[in-house]
Design a protein around this ligand. Sequence first.
Ligand SMILES: Nc1nc2c(c(=O)[nH]1)N[C@H]1C(S)=C(S)[C@@H](COP(=O)(O)OP(=O)(O)OC[C@H]3O[C@@H](n4cnc5c(=O)[nH]c(N)nc54)[C@H](O)[C@@H]3O)O[C@H]1N2
Ligand SMILES: Nc1nc2c(c(=O)[nH]1)N[C@H]1C(S)=C(S)[C@@H](COP(=O)(O)OP(=O)(O)OC[C@H]3O[C@@H](n4cnc5c(=O)[nH]c(N)nc54)[C@H](O)[C@@H]3O)O[C@H]1N2
Ligand code: SF4
Ligand SMILES: [Mo]
Length: 826
Amino acid sequence: MADRISDLWGTRTPHARDTSWPIRVDQHLEPGLTAADVDDWVQSACTLCSNGCACDIAVKDGRMVGVRGRPGDVVNHGRLGPKGLYGSWQWSRSERLTRPLVRRGGELRETDWDTAMDLIARRSRELLDEFGPLSHGFYTSGQLFLEEYYTLSVLGKAGLGTPHMDGNTRLCTATAAAALKQSFGSDGQPGSYADIEACDALFLFGHNMAETQTVLWSRVLDRLRGPEPPVVVAVDPRRTPVTEAAVETGGVHLAPLPGTNQALMNGLVRELLEHGWVDHDYIAAHTVGYDELAATVKPYTPERVAEICRIEARDLRRAAEVFGTSRRVLSTVLQGFYQSHQASAASCQVNNLHLLRGLLGRPGSGVLQMNGQPTAQNTRECGADGDLPGFRNWDNPEHIRQLADLWNVDPLTIPHWAPPTHAMQIWRYAEQGSIRLLWISATNPAVSLPELPRIRKILARDDLFVVVQDGFHTETAEYADVVLPAALWGEKQGTFTNADRTVHLSEKAVEPPGEARADLDIFLDYARRMDLRDRDGGPLLPWSDPEGAFEAWKECSRGRPCDYTGLSYDRLRGDTGIRWPCTDEYPDGRERLYEDGVFPTHADVCESYGRDPLTGGTTSREQYLATRPDGRAFLRAAEYVAPPETPDDEFPFACTTGRTVYHFHTRTKTGRSRRLRRAAPEPWAELSARDAEALGIAEGDLVRVESARGRVDVPARIGRGRDGVVFLPFHYGYWDSGADAHTRAANELTQTEWDPVSKQPLFKLSAVRVVRLGGGAGPAPAPTTAASAPADPAAVAPTSGDDDVHEDVRPDLPRHSGTPHDTSHL
Ligand SMILES: Nc1nc2c(c(=O)[nH]1)N[C@H]1C(S)=C(S)[C@@H](COP(=O)(O)OP(=O)(O)OC[C@H]3O[C@@H](n4cnc5c(=O)[nH]c(N)nc54)[C@H](O)[C@@H]3O)O[C@H]1N2
Ligand SMILES: Nc1nc2c(c(=O)[nH]1)N[C@H]1C(S)=C(S)[C@@H](COP(=O)(O)OP(=O)(O)OC[C@H]3O[C@@H](n4cnc5c(=O)[nH]c(N)nc54)[C@H](O)[C@@H]3O)O[C@H]1N2
Ligand code: SF4
Ligand SMILES: [Mo]
């Protein structure tokens, strides 16, 4: 039995390059139970990150009592990580929302569904009559199911006609989508997780995969511990398990100052060009924009980049050499790049590195512009992020006509006169009073949005009617006019798509608590009460269950890059999830995109005509046609520009924020698991040993971290990050702290600024000062197992849990390995 709190990645199953990743089935059941006690195993996949590990939910006496990984699945080959094992279901019997609440006399009071939904529908109709559809804003999630997003999307676009719809995916993977559109013409992950088995070098750009996709990192570790391991290169200002692997494999850890990624990337591209580590035939046949790129990166010599990023020039050279001389390179990109001021430009530079060498669409060579949330891909596909469903282009009248035909509505109903409203702008409109109804589903903005003092003011406005739809009474629910109790994972049915395009079906295992309802049913109920109809008077949303919504979505996806028409609930009940596109041409799904170097950039096909990398200004169809992409990819170029806020005398430190392995976001689920909670119970601030010494701060001392916008008071961890940088985990609101003190959440400090192209906010950099408030009661409550480990390991007791995870290692082959592997080594 394994303790997966202290052993984050579990038992190693090393294997050689080009061989299949062995199966290891991980299982965790409620204490005292064995597999023999389980009544039913119900098929699903984990929703605590974008990896989408396939699992079965154990059910006993109508309750969820455990999980085990599914051995035949292409994503995880049986494995689950600490969050999946300890956080996926343990919340299910804790204090849940069980009845709708409405605000009366300033207080939230329980009521029945009819009263709550009638109130929403009445308010909605009044506002539509008086102010029109622009009075309505929908702020949704990357954590609902595909069927729910599609329903919401049709309801908002064809029913109400509001462009004000976005997800928290704006905070999360808007840059992934933007970088894919900018480079390749459309959203859609080019690579496959199976590329880990075949790569010779692995680059992680601002991605602490070891803590944020633990099972994917197990997959990497099994290559690193086997023969012919890949070389790892990591770009992260902190020391993390990923950057340690980079050093161990003879790669390099580049630790740029937060906010300087674009300079570093320009330097890497320049080195590739200088040394001729490029494939000129591929560039000529499959790309446009080479000359501009070459001219733009020219001034970024290693010395100049070293100066801007505060790194060593030789490390940059070494990183470029690894990229330039490895036969097969896989890159991943995540929040260290996405949540910064040149997010899209820097992420496009990763695509550029691959295009320049033609390392795309082949086993071991690919890009993973990662997602974070489990279902963020579906928010984007279905248009619940404001984009049009099926990766359609809002600026292409033919795409609008397709949707109008499909939904049988007037094309003019569908908002397409301007780009869809992004989340930060939705909040701005609410602040200015033009959005009067804000419907928040499956997200907790009172903790997760930047600059929380401002967000609280907006939520508290008298003229804003706030609907909150969640399974728990969150910090955001405190501000609601109506709270709708939602059924959660395991309590409803639906599908979702992970970061490498693998679609899973998640079945309903148990009944939701009390009167809680599936989000799908809530949206459909609203549509019925609003009497939303098509052009002929038929119901706009003719489906009534998840499978009906899925079938409707399949039609919407037909012929588009994310084509689901070959999938069905029945097919998804097989041994493994299946990738899109899944069509007659690719009946078992397509493992990699762009094998042939043909990209969806044709003007009639593309999802976007592109944006200026520096200003975000949109490109017209005419301008786009003039670049003659016609199936070629774009090499996008941009100067490095300094971030909008940098450390100065008053606020001398660069504060960056992010995650720890044990918690998911605002902890509504992981905070209710005993083991995960114990492993990381309270917030902290990480300082480098040298900075701490200069400030007279010792491990566990109480410190105040303050920006121009707010402050947090938390214990200090003397950590292992680079000097000049403070790190705060962003998980901690106050629902479980018994206080409403606004001195815990990292977002008290962050700024209201975003990347010009993707509109993703800049969580990774704010200027702060740090002062010591007093001594603490022992070491900071930060985990010792990963990036938050103390500089002095002897100073803090190691983080650990109980031994109770069953691991079943099987060196045999999964039935669906994806890539045809040479298995003779096994
Ligand atoms: N345990 C856990 N796993 C999760 C989640 C969770 O909450 N907890 N959430 C999921 C979601 S939604 C997401 S989006 C992903 C996020 O996954 P990641 O992006 O891996 O997580 P973060 O911790 O936000 O940021 C990654 C790294 O960026 C580094 N960084 C900070 N500033 C910079 C910079 O300027 N440049 C560079 N190069 N790096 C920088 C940080 O030091 C950090 O180690 O995780 C998913 N998985
Ligand atoms: N400072 C800082 N801030 C950040 C980040 C950072 O790195 N630093 N990262 C950003 C990123 S990448 C992300 S993804 C966001 C995450 O931010 P949030 O989305 O606000 O975080 P969660 O805690 O996941 O909130 C999801 C909510 O949905 C509820 N929920 C879960 N499943 C369901 C369901 O099926 N139906 C309904 N109705 N509700 C459900 C949960 O109980 C929870 O309250 O935070 C962002 N904010
Ligand atoms: S890696 Fe992500 S999807 Fe897999 S078990 Fe962990 S949290 Fe769940
Ligand atoms: Mo995210």
